[in-house]
Design a protein around this ligand. Structure first.
Ligand SMILES: [Zn+2]
Length: 540
């Protein structure tokens, strides 16, 4: 007979309504055998008691339903974001709050050729915008570039501009110039950024693939208590599956990985065939077969598609990454083939157009239990949630955004009324929509307890509470980062709660997120994770 381990804890939060709390979990063959008290495994012949977490709290392993493998790749460059951040090795990088600090930090590493910073966001810095002259203080000979946290903008020094021929260039869309026509160093969007990125050897696809990136991502996720994580705009192809499996299946790889392949155009029938082939090759640790679609851009970048009255100050409406008519064809094709879709929608025009397309697709053939999920859904209102509920469509709301960008949305993008109902978790739950919440790492840090804190507290970076009416309870938030996210990945029958028969995926916490003061949820230490019964201790 195989071995049974009985983990004991101060408390076990199961997320199973039939037995919400316990003190012991018995694990056999990577699955939950029994839940209850010290005798729970007795009917199964007992087991080996593991007491190392006796003073801690065990919960279902967290599920990060929207993040990107690039979180594992960007750390090869220098972090220059505004907020403190942990790297995959667990080292804390203090945030940089002034341009001088960005320059000083890049100078420290300026022996590298070239020098690249990431995570920067001028929206937080109340100084003149970082420009080429400032970055020339890092080096006048070697190229220096700073990627913005959105990855849609960057700023370069003179040497980097020169490398792409931008000092003598004529009109280049996205090459920003000052009033005298001199390039400021700032480049916007891919057409302008790509020539510099290529010369600096920065390849976004390579930053999101390969064994080292996978392992760094796994380490970051494990540190945050995550046992299942997505890569939600994956470039994985049928040909990459073997190499990915080799990394993911290794016993020291600490998470289940769920890539959703990014699609902006193409023939949905042919793509769905590839997805079906990849789904067949899925294992318990690598789950393939879903796609990710893009509709609009980002609200803080003024590139999301908003319904009337649009952006403050008459800023023109945003852009479509996939035009509505193309989107309708993709959605109909993927739905008919039973391919689960994660659909990026930031503005409320994007979510409206997408819900309409989904309703149209669902009038035709396709599965009833499809698990299509709207990602971000930042400006969805009650009416849109009711529509989503009627269609069986879930949402994965961007709770972290309230903290990072809430103040900016009030002042600069949509104003108070709409900002205070952004990422409306409460409305989603009241409409009966499956709710997940996410980090979108590397856009914001991968840390589900922080994400839960954001949904509960709705506190912005300046400390104001933005939209108390949309706050959810700690129990609802814990559900959103476990079972809620698991539903969106069609894995809620396997993970997301501690129940007999499910995979033994757990997180070991220093404290109970349901009983600490809600303001302290984000500060609870993650002591370990358990994946399929295997323990990964923090710091190991
Ligand atoms: Zn994303």
């Amino acid at each position: 007979m195989s071995e049974t381990t009985v983990f004991c804890a101060r408390q076990v939060l199961t997320m199973d309504a039939n037995m919400p709390q316990a003190t012991h979990v018995a694990v056999r063959d990577g699955r939950i055998l029994a839940v209850g008290d010290a005798s729970c495994a007795d009917p199964w012949g007992g087991g080996q008691l593991d007491t190392r977490f006796a003073d801690a709290v065990i919960a279902p392993g967290f599920v990060e339903g929207h993040a990107h493998l690039m979180e594992g790749g960007l750390w090869r460059y220098t972090y220059v974001g505004f907020m403190d951040r942990l790297d995959p090795q667990g080292q804390r990088w203090p945030g940089v709050t002034r341009n001088e600090e960005v320059i000083a930090r890049l100078r420290e590493v300026a022996t590298h050729e070239p020098t690249i910073g990431w995570g920067f966001d001028p929206i937080f810095i109340s100084q003149a915008r970082l420009n080429r002259d400032m970055l020339d203080q890092v080096s006048t000979e070697r190229p220096v570039a700073v990627l913005f946290s959105s990855l849609h903008l960057m700023v370069c020094n003179t040497a980097a501009l020169r490398s792409a021929g931008y000092l003598e260039a004529g009109d280049v869309e996205g090459l920003m110039r000052d009033a005298q026509g001199r390039p400021t160093g700032e480049l916007r969007e891919m057409a302008a950024m790509f020539p510099v990125l290529r010369r600096l050897g920065v390849d976004f696809r390579r930053l999101a693939a390969g064994p080292e990136v996978l392992r760094a991502y796994g380490a970051s996720a494990r540190r945050a208590g995550v046992t299942t994580a997505t890569d939600l705009f994956s470039s994985l192809t049928v040909q990459d599956v073997d190499a990915t499996l080799e990394v993911v299946q290794a016993s020291d790889f600490p998470i289940r990985l769920v890539p959703a392949v990014g699609v902006v155009d193409g023939d949905p029938v042919a793509i769905a065939r590839d997805m079906a082939q990849m789904r067949q090759r899925s294992t318990s640790k690598l789950r393939m077969g879903a796609v990710k679609l893009m509709t609009d851009g980002s609200i803080q970048g003024f590139s999301a598609r908003l319904q009337w009255p649009g952006y403050l100050g008459g800023v023109p409406n945003g852009m479509w990454n996939t035009p509505p008519e193309v989107l309708r064809g993709l959605i109909a094709g993927f739905h008919a083939s039973g391919t689960p879709m994660h659909i990026h929608v930031n503005g409320n025009e994007a979510s409206a157009v997408t819900l309409e397309a989904l309703a149209h697709a669902m009038a035709g053939p396709g599965p009833r239990d499809h698990r299509h999920t709207l990602q971000h859904g930042q400006l969805m209102d009650e009416a849109q949630f009711r529509r989503a509920a009627a269609l069986g469509v879930g949402v994965n709301l961007f709770a972290n955004h309230i903290y990072y960008f809430g103040d900016q949305h009030v002042a600069h993008t949509v104003g108070l009324e709409r900002a205070q109902r952004m990422n409306a978790c409460r409305s989603a739950l009241e409409a009966g929509v499956n709710l997940a919440i996410h980090s979108d790492a590397p856009v914001t840090p991968l840390a589900p307890l922080f994400t839960a804190w954001c949904a509960v507290q709705r506190q912005t970076a300046s400390g104001r509470v933005l939209g108390q009416a949309q706050a959810i309870t700690p129990a609802q938030a814990l559900r959103a980062i476990t079972l809620g996210a698991a539903w969106s990945l069609n894995m809620d029958h396997e993970v997301g709660s501690i129940e007999v028969g499910k995979r033994a995926d757990m997180v070991v916490l220093q404290d109970n997120p349901l009983t600490v003061p809600p303001s302290a949820i984000k500060d609870i230490a993650v002591r370990a994770t358990v994946l399929g019964g295997q323990v990964f201790e923090a710091g190991a």
